[in-house]
Design a protein around this ligand. Structure first.
Ligand code: NOJ
Length: 541
């Protein structure tokens, strides 16, 4: 049986419709000034590597001025570079040198909240309840006779209540303010015109410096329901559902239209939104023609290495985008979710494998899934280190710095384990990432075989696989067409075809399977007597 999904996004050559975008997590990419934290000079230094890899664009996680409570997602000045990363001159150099290499530069924009160190928040704290300064955020009186109860029952995504109470200048306890994330990240009120005006100014500030677009943080969270109704369900830390009143308020779409209007002043630029919603209809609303150019659809980043789950994730994503003629996006990981190698590793307790054996299988599966995502129509996002097959790192408790660890009362280890610095070269940590061994997160000593240097020399490495895959995807006509046609495949396997002729087959069963007819272009691990082994994918034409 075969099904067809038409994405209908038309024959246009906008770069972002069919691109490979590489996510640089700047803290962990390359540290040139030797302070143990990556920087913009380090990114410039590695542009040759990114060109060799063959990416079309980079997305820089936040680099604006920040006290770094949430590692840059708490912005104190959205129109300056944090000194930890460099300065505006270095940023301009990065953009110019990337453009010289035909690499576009997109950057994170964090409109939902500011840092508590932003000048607006200081002004709000100094001002009276009901003042215009407080109106830029969500300040409310507490409930109960003495106002000692938070205004509603919302919890923070990072754990604990979503409200904190301020102490007024006279030392008395005062109003409460809303923060969906850490207490140091107060939510902005988009009903206040200053907020949108300032966002427009920030966008134009960076677009005038030649950036090619933005990744918009918490794109599904900027609007809040007027009466801030209680949540009905308890939710887990770092999770929420579509009917959670904290997110996906219908008012958010008017904000996206305003954002789009600014982007349209700069032809050739594009936004991708972080859209954590599950329903296809809800997702599609964010990528209507006058809203986001692209939306992250996280289905593929959350499913197991399982044929039915992968196929469903692909068909659901395509159904969502095709319903509004939008471009699909694909990603296996980012700085918020466990790395795919670790996610796909069989559970040692259930499989009887030791940790190393389980990770080795996870690595094979991650290679297979890389071929699946790179075979699909639309735009693919690769998180730095995915191309090296990095697993999550095992970190000791005392190394953890994600605010989730503290705010959850040490019940959730947070996201540090997927944010460890990149291993570049050599035999000892930090493997060329920095000149100091004292890096912001420790790099595991057993990553020597995973360095860029080691993998460039090995044609069977994960890095070599990515390089070949990107080159083929870029050069071969068989990757054309906006549809995916499913082939019948043995149980536990998937196979699909692009109109241009590319066939992708993936084996998630436990037995080798025959390949579909065709000439093999690339395999994620060698064939077994002409059969596709378990934990492997192949491209054929
Ligand atoms: C989503 C970002 O990806 C995450 O890292 C951050 O903590 C939250 N938004 C809050 O900005």
């Amino acid at each position: 049986m075969s099904e067809q999904y038409v994405t209908n996004y038309g024959p246009t050559d906008d770069w972002w419709r069919n691109a490979v975008v590489y996510q640089v997590y700047p803290r962990s990419f390359s540290d040139l000034n030797g302070d143990g934290v990556g920087d913009l000079a380090g990114v410039i230094d590695k542009l040759g590597y990114l060109e060799l890899l063959g990416v079309d664009a980079i997305w820089l996680s936040p680099i604006m001025r920040s006290p770094m409570v949430d590692h840059g997602y708490d912005v104190a000045d959205p129109r300056d570079i944090d000194p930890l990363f460099g300065d505006l001159a270095t940023f301009d150099k990065l953009v110019a040198e990337a453009h010289d290499r035909d690499i576009r530069v997109t950057m994170d924009l964090v409109p939902n909240h500011t840092s508590d160190q932003h000048e607006w928040f200081a002004q709000a704290l100094a001002a009276e309840p009901g003042s215009p300064e407080r109106d830029r955020y969500f300040f409310r009186d507490g409930l109960g006779d003495d106002g000692s109860q938070p205004p509603n029952n919302w919890t923070s995504v990072f754990g604990g209540p979503a409200w904190s109470r301020v102490t007024d200048e006279d030392g008395e306890l005062g109003q409460w303010y809303l923060h969906l994330f850490a207490p140091q990240q107060p939510d902005l009120n988009f009903e206040n015109p200053d907020v949108l005006d300032d966002l427009r100014a920030t966008m134009r500030f960076w677009l005038d410096r030649d950036v090619d677009g933005f990744r918009i943080d918490v794109s599904h969270g900027m609007a809040k329901p007027a009466d801030l109704p209680d949540m009905t369900d308890a939710v887990e830390i770092l999770r929420h559902t579509d009917d959670d009143p904290r997110f996906n308020d219908p008012g958010v779409h008017a904000i996206h239209r305003e954002i789009r209007a600014v982007m349209d002043e700069y032809p050739g630029t594009a936004n991708v939104g972080e859209v954590w919603v599950s329903s296809n209809d809800a997702f599609a609303e964010y990528v209507r023609r006058d809203e986001l150019h692209l939306g992250f659809n996280f289905r593929l980043a959350t499913v197991d290495y399982d044929a039915d789950q992968v196929r469903e994730a692909i068909t659901e994503s395509l159904t969502a985008t095709s319903s509004v003629g939008a471009v699909p996006t694909w990603t296996l990981s980012n700085h918020d979710v466990p790395r795919e190698v670790t996610r796909y590793a069989p559970d040692p307790a259930e499989s009887g494998l030791n940790g190393g054996q389980a990770l080795a299988i996870g690595a094979l599966r991650a290679r297979a899934m890389a071929l699946v995502e790179l075979a699909l129509p639309g735009t693919v996002f690769i998180y730095n280190g995915a191309e090296l097959g990095l697993p999550n790192a095992d970190l000791p408790d005392d190394a953890l710095v994600d605010p989730v660890w503290e705010n959850s009362g040490h019940t959730d280890r947070g996201r540090d384990e997927c944010r460890v610095p990149m291993p570049w070269e050599g035999a000892e940590p930090p493997f060329g990432f920095s000149s100091t061994p004292d890096t912001w997160l420790p790099v595991p000593a057993d990553w020597a075989g995973l360095t860029v240097e080691a993998q460039l020399e090995d044609i069977f490495s994960t890095l070599s696989l990515y390089r070949q895959a990107l080159e083929l995807r870029y050069a071969r006509p068989e990757f054309s067409g906006d549809t995916v046609e499913w082939y019948g495949a043995p149980d536990g396997c998937i196979a699909f075809r692009r109109p241009g002729g590319l066939i992708c087959a993936m084996n998630a069963s436990t037995e080798p399977i025959p390949l579909p007819p065709g000439q093999v272009l690339l395999v994620s691990t060698p064939l077994d007597n002409g059969l596709l082994p378990p934990n492997t994918a192949a491209w054929l034409i």
